[in-house]
Design a protein around this ligand. Structure first.
Ligand code: 5GP
Ligand code: ZN
Length: 141
């Protein structure tokens, strides 16, 4: 797609540091290196975000994540964990609108990555949770 920085990266019009490549995905180092080895995996086909994947592209792209994760783990013996993050739309921190999956190696609680999961367990009754789940379930296609 014209004017998409990640299309240009996967087509080698803009340089990047390749981690893995095949006919479906391109994986390369994120320029920000939140932690050492921070890698982005993108479909070569331009899709904007998770909502735009069809089943077969999703299967093909996500099938490649574990082997790239294992390669990162093997390359850095000091890795203690790995966060996999996929931001969708601006509110959810997406800044490049060609879908990408962040693989962020974790070295310690003091490395430069963090995430906050609020806990609202006490605010919902079982009936309210059932209604939310039912609402979503009816929309699954
Ligand atoms: P988002 O905020 O959309 O989830 O993530 C976009 C990521 O793309 C950011 O972590 C940012 O550092 C990375 N990024 C943006 N421009 C470039 C670039 O030109 N080259 C590389 N390698 N990474 C980029
Ligand atoms: Zn693109």
């Amino acid at each position: 797609m014209d004017n998409c920085i990640f299309c240009k990266i996967s087509q080698k019009e803009i340089p990047s540091h390749t981690v893995y490549e095949d006919e479906v995905v391109y994986a390369f180092l994120d320029i920000s290196q939140v932690t050492p080895g921070h890698t982005l995996v993108i479909p070569k086909k331009h899709v904007m975000d998770i909502f735009a994947f069809d089943d077969s592209l999703a299967a093909e792209v996500f099938a490649r994540i574990p082997k790239i994760a294992r390669a990162i783990e093997a390359a850095f013996p000091e890795i203690e964990g790995l966060n996999i993050v996929n931001n969708n739309k601006e509110l959810a921190y997406q800044s490049v609108f060609h879908s990408h999956i962040h693989l962020i190696p974790r070295y310690s609680k003091e490395d430069d990555f963090s995430m906050h999961f609020g806990n609202h367990t006490e605010e919902y009754t079982a009936e309210e949770l059932a209604a939310i789940a039912s609402n979503i379930r009816k929309q699954v296609r």
